[in-house]
Design a binder for this molecule. Structure first.
Ligand code: ADP
Ligand code: MG
Length: 490
């Protein structure tokens, strides 16, 4: 495209100067937005708001990605905790960056520096905003200042018990959470919820908080991430405000600390947390904690804190099952008010197995796409819209995968794939599996035959022909086979 013909104004040039690197079309700012969005999914909303939202991109120079942070604390934190991850994510967008540098975007001459001890929160925000404006950080990201300065973190209105779908993998954690929410005195102290990322820990904690508030608005519930706890603590230290910090935390009826793994290795924060914890337990207040691992598996934790954390009820949330994923998708689709064909729901539940957050994201993408282009959701466009995610989860298809999938789909036993039974109810699915094995793997006919209970290669040829014939005259059958193929293929 001829840029000069478009009449680029001088202001265009000056912003682009800073933000567009030589090629690729996407500006560095856009790229940074993408990376940040990924990080937000990875670290969660609370950590994102505290640490990453205020960070802007300065430029990319000599293989160094240079970022601006509004304060020393944010700078140090981002540099030590997120630099590696940022570099990896940036590298996926644009190779060539081998270092991430975070600097403090100090206010320049115009704005006199305000000493650290300045009490006026408003004044400090103005200063930060001014500095950010000069450093080229978009203003809205600082809107979270007030939120960050408040004691707890806001609760997500969607994270209620009503919206939580219960299945085998999470029923124990759910029951424990409910019990805590319904008890006036501590049911178990603490309730320790743990599980992998995106499996519903934060959702359950918010649900507890909502429920308690609804049952008894006079009880004070404080929910925050361990990172925020640390942020508050360090700030209190800096402002020599430790007494009121202690008081604030010790005056609550229910304290919930999310993602407690973040204080691993932070000795003074752990120590403070330990004391807060003990004080609250002594006062008969309820504590709820979440982490990505069980207390005994958390590294970098002081022994006494570890044993304290494990002495209440420890409830884990397991990886999702197919059934749970189905349930969650159905519920989310209903909530979003979109019509999603059962085949698509099934397809998504089969393909996106990592965690609920990804599952939700995929569904949202499919729904948004269908609304934008004004077409109903189908298996085809679902595949198209999600092809990048599906590719990523792709792996080589084995005959065992095929047998398992087909057996599940037709509701027969896996052993029937190699049994001698000839009843149509099992023979037909077996033929479908042989057909798919021929289509989707590079195995020879005799090899396929062997995997199906030592059958002859002519049996496989017969199966392939039979399935081809059936698909050409039975649309329902053809659709089944197609669905299976797509599920296996991605
Ligand atoms: P974690 O804190 O364990 O990383 P989250 O609680 O943030 O995970 O959950 C990620 C997303 O998945 C949230 O949008 C949440 O509402 C949703 N989610 C997780 N588990 C369930 C469930 N059982 N039912 C409904 N939504 C769920
Ligand atoms: Mg969480």
């Amino acid at each position: 495209m001829d840029v000069s013909a478009k009449g680029v104004t001088s202001s265009d040039v000056s912003t682009k100067d800073r933000a567009v690197s030589g090629f690729g079309g996407l500006s560095d700012e856009k790229r940074w937005e993408k990376v940040r969005t990924r990080l937000r999914d990875e670290v969660g909303e609370a950590a994102f708001k505290s640490w990453l939202a205020p960070v802007g991109i300065k430029d990319v120079r000599d293989g160094r990605l240079r970022l601006n942070a509004p304060s020393r604390m944010v700078r140090d934190w981002v540099q030590t905790h997120y630099a590696d991850r940022i570099r990896a994510l940036w590298g996926a967008e644009m190779p060539g960056v081998h270092k991430v540098e975070v600097a403090i975007a100090a206010p320049r001459a115009k704005v006199p520096p305000i000493p650290d001890s300045a009490p006026a929160v408003v004044g400090r925000n103005i200063e930060a905003r001014e500095a950010a404006r000069e450093a080229g950080i978009p203003a809205p990201v600082l809107a979270s200042d007030a939120e960050r300065d408040s004691l707890g973190a806001p609760l997500d209105a969607r994270y209620t018990f009503d919206n939580f779908v219960v299945g085998k993998p999470n029923e124990f954690a759910h029951a424990a959470a409910r019990r805590v929410a319904e008890s006036k005195t501590p049911a178990f102290n603490p309730l320790f919820l743990y599980g992998g990322v995106g499996l519903g820990k934060t959702h359950l904690m918010h649900a507890i908080a909502w429920e308690i508030r609804e049952r008894d608005p006079s009880r004070s519930v404080l929910y925050l991430s361990a990172e925020k706890f640390m942020y508050r603590f360090v700030r209190a230290l800096r402002h020599q405000d430790i007494m009121s910090f202690k008081e604030q935390f010790r005056s609550v009826d229910v304290l919930m600390i999310d993602d407690v793994q973040f204080i691993s290795g932070k000795d003074s924060t752990q120590e403070e947390f330990f004391h807060t914890f003990n004080a609250l337990v002594d006062l008969g207040r309820q504590i709820v904690v979440s982490a990505d691992k069980s207390p005994s598996d958390l590294e970098g934790l002081e022994e006494r804190l570890r044993s304290r954390l494990g002495c209440g009820l420890v409830a884990d949330i397991h990886a999702t099952s197919f059934e749970l994923r189905l349930g969650i998708l159905q519920s989310k689709a209903e909530h979003m008010g979109v019509e999603v064909p059962p085949k698509v729901i099934e397809f998504l539940a089969h393909k996106i197995t990592s965690n609920v957050r990804e599952l939700e994201g995929a569904l949202r993408r499919v729904a948004a796409h269908s609304q934008l282009v004004g077409r109903p959701i189908t298996l085809e466009n679902t595949q198209e819209v999600l092809h990048d995610i599906l590719r990523a989860s792709d792996r080589r298809i084995t005959i065992e995968d095929i047998q398992k999938r087909v057996a599940e789909h037709f509701n027969i036993r896996l052993s029937d794939m190699s049994s001698a039974r000839r009843a149509r109810a099992v023979a037909r699915p077996r033929q479908v599996a042989m057909y798919l094995a021929k289509q989707l793997t590079s195995r020879s006919l005799p090899e396929i035959g062997r995997k199906f209970g030592g059958r002859d290669h002519t049996t496989v040829i017969h199966a392939v022909r039979k399935v081809e014939e059936l698909t050409s005259r039975d649309a329902g059958f053809a659709e089944d086979v197609e669905l299976l193929r797509r599920m296996l293929e991605g």
